[in-house]
Ligand binder design. Structure first.
Ligand code: NI
Length: 279
């Protein structure tokens, strides 16, 4: 219980700076539970730590990305499915299966992996999936200097460019650990998650599937790792169920601009619910 209270305090502090809930609304329940998960120490890989808070000052920096085009998603249930730590041996097959289903995903790649899977990165890009950066060597960015962070990001972009001809357009900090200082010196879409499949821990395709199907709501960002075969199997099985339920899978950038708002590159996204109609 004490942990939960601390997590909620942590959430309130974070809300004061550095988080984008896609709208200015208070975050919904799934954001809170994602943070509880993160603070519980189980986020992403097992060494996840509570992101240190460096400041609570106002963060109304002008967005550098252009405004989003008008949204065609009114009335649709959207979700973004995301894969970290690859590319790996299962990624090409995963992309093939996503393409068959008309599903767009976002891949938060490690630069050191992108270098090994240049053809897969090209296939990913040619298939229309969004390319994301997850740093070069999976560093906790709150524990490295600004210069080292810039170097990790640049080396990752260089690796992705070798395959895709362009760099990453989104960024997910390893372990979900971030601070405003680091977000401020990069211009990609900072992305957290609202559905944690725990796939890296359970390595069980059925559990991965259930975690996705049971927790995905309109606006969810789903965290997976394409370096595990069980994650790929569970993700595809869940996608088939959710497609039947009328979900449409879009890239992170498509999801966070669904309401016609511009991307906020210095504030991190956990989910993006549709803007409520005025009544
Ligand atoms: Ni990771």
């Amino acid at each position: 219980m004490k942990k939960k209270i601390l997590a909620l305090m942590f959430l309130l502090i974070l809300l004061a700076g550095g988080i984008s809930a896609c709208t200015s609304d208070k975050p919904d329940g799934e954001t809170v539970s994602a943070l509880l998960d993160a603070v519980g120490g189980d986020a992403d890989e097992s060494t996840a730590t509570q992101p240190p808070i460096t400041t609570t000052e106002d963060t109304t920096a002008a967005p550098t990305n252009p405004p989003a085009p008008p949204s065609n998603y009114a009335g649709k249930k959207l979700a973004a499915i995301t894969f970290d730590d690859g590319p790996g041996p299962y990624t090409r097959n995963l992309i093939e299966e996503l393409n068959k289903r008309g599903v767009k995903a976002t891949f938060f790649m490690l630069g050191q992996q992108a270098e090994k899977y240049v053809d897969t990165v090209k296939y990913m890009y040619d298939s229309g999936h969004q390319l994301g950066s997850h740093t070069y060597t999976h560093k906790d960015i709150t524990k490295i200097s600004d210069d080292e962070f810039r170097s990790e990001m640049q080396k990752t972009d260089d690796a992705i460019i070798k395959g895709a001809g362009q760099g990453a357009t989104a960024f997910r900090p390893p372990y979900g650990a971030f601070n405003k200082q680091k977000l401020d010196i990069q211009d990609k879409t900072p992305t957290h998650w609202s559905v944690d499949t725990m796939d890296w821990k359970n390595k069980n395709a059925e559990l991965v599937k259930q975690n996705i199907v049971n927790n995905t709501k309109d606006g969810s960002i789903i965290l997976l790792h394409d370096i595990y075969e069980t994650s790929v199997q569970g993700a595809l099985a869940a996608i088939d169920v959710l497609l039947e339920q009328g979900f449409q899978f879009v890239s992170v950038n498509e999801l966070v601009t669904r309401n016609g708002d511009p991307i906020t590159p210095h504030e991190i996204y956990f989910s993006c619910v549709p803007k409520k109609e005025e009544s």
